[in-house]
Design a protein around this ligand. Structure first.
Ligand SMILES: *Cc1c(COP(=O)(O)O)cnc(C)c1O
Length: 361
């Protein structure tokens, strides 16, 4: 067996120790003689798994007691619609900051349900920076302000938490989930798909302040009603049980093997710095985003020559560095270095890039 370094933007690498643990428990979970895949979602064993996963999310993020943690399905994209259905419920106005494609898709979805406005955008420069906002950017009677914290495709991250005054904040944190500490109390709701940092695909985690719940619009599908999901402890129907189990293993890995989110952040900074420092000194490769807005998770770069980009991607892939192709809308390369990517993976990639640079100078 040989594992490669997987720089996929999602679904992405999982910690090897987590995969091994899942493998060791695959046929016989905890002496029950069945797999987690085969057990009832109402069983005691699964109740322990989902409650354990929730407790770990709460512990790692220091989630205040007046927030609900919901495990849902449908991918983050389904929740682009669930958010206006649950929260565009007063003035039916919502203000969106457009920092990339995922924010824009959420915005387009919200426009179907009410008066959604793009209050700031960085589309003019291919989303290579984070637009500035002030409290005055937002309509005082907006039901919420929405933004995407880490822009997976373009490799930017909000270097600040927008000041929205009293307007509830809602953030898509799919691609920076549990990558560093986050003050949840500054948000009304954060949510994200799990397949970037915390689990295989198929799970969405929503952390919502209780006072935000209970006012979903009447047409909200039952399955997308966060109050109903919270009341049912995420067991209104059959949840993605095995994915929640995998999520719990990853959360345990963050807590026990890494040492929590402060340590996770340090490790992620060290990893990203290895790549950014090289990009800043290279004569062949360059980063594509404004330095102050750089993501710790997704690092896009180019040579400036499409053929050379393609040659690099092909040779890297042969050498065991896979999924380095940039998103189809931007081209070039992108190294996604989520939580599970070891520091050695970032170092090995840079060593390979240096060799490629020397050979192609
Ligand atoms: C991947 C991603 C999404 C979409 O997730 P799906 O689960 O595929 O719907 C949304 N937002 C961000 C920031 C992402 O990285």
């Amino acid at each position: 067996m040989s594992r490669v370094y997987n720089f996929s933007a999602g679904p992405s690498a999982l910690p090897e120790s987590v995969l091994k643990k899942a493998q060791s428990e695959l046929l016989d979970y905890n002496g029950l003689g069945i797999s987690v895949m085969e057990m009832s979602h109402r069983s005691q064993a699964f109740t322990d798994i989902i409650e354990g996963a929730e407790a770990l999310v709460r512990e790692l993020y220091k989630v205040p007691d007046n927030y609900k943690v919901i495990f849902a399905s449908g991918g983050a994209s389904t929740h682009f619609a669930a958010i206006p259905l649950n929260f565009m419920n007063g003035s039916r106005k919502a203000d969106y900051i457009i920092s990339g494609r995922w924010a824009n898709m959420a915005f387009k979805e919200a426009q179907k349900y009410g008066d959604a406005v793009a209050v700031a955008s960085s589309e003019d420069k291919m989303y290579s920076y984070i637009p500035e906002t002030t409290r005055e950017s937002f309509r005082p009677d907006a039901d919420y302000v929405y933004y995407c914290m880490n822009n997976t495709i373009y490799g930017t991250k909000f270097p600040y938490i927008p000041d929205t005054g009293d307007i509830p904040h809602i953030a898509d944190i799919s691609s920076c989930f549990l990558s560093e500490p986050l003050d949840i109390s500054k948000f009304a709701v954060v949510y994200g798909g799990a397949q970037k940092n915390v689990a295989p695909a198929g799970l969405v985690i929503i952390i919502a302040r209780e006072d935000m719940l209970g006012n979903a619009r009447p047409e909200t599908p039952t399955m997308l009603n966060y109050q109903i999901q919270a009341d049912a402890k995420s067991l209104y129907n059959t949840p993605p049980c095995f994915i929640i189990y995998m999520c719990k293993l990853v959360l345990e890995w963050i807590k026990n093997d890494i040492g929590g989110l402060e340590a996770m952040k340090e490790r992620n900074i060290e990893k990203a710095s290895i790549i950014y420092d090289y990009l800043d000194s290279s004569k062949l490769f360059k980063g594509t985003v404004e330095k102050k807005d750089r993501s710790l998770m997704n690092i896009p770069f180019v040579t400036g020559d499409k053929e050379l980009d393609a040659k690099f991607i092909a040779e890297a892939s042969k050498a065991g560095f896979i999924n380095l192709k940039g998103h189809k809308t931007v081209g070039g390369m992108r190294a996604s270095v989520y939580n599970a990517m070891p520091i050695e993976g970032a170092q090995a990639l840079v060593d390979f890039m240096k060799k490629f640079e020397a050979e192609n100078a």
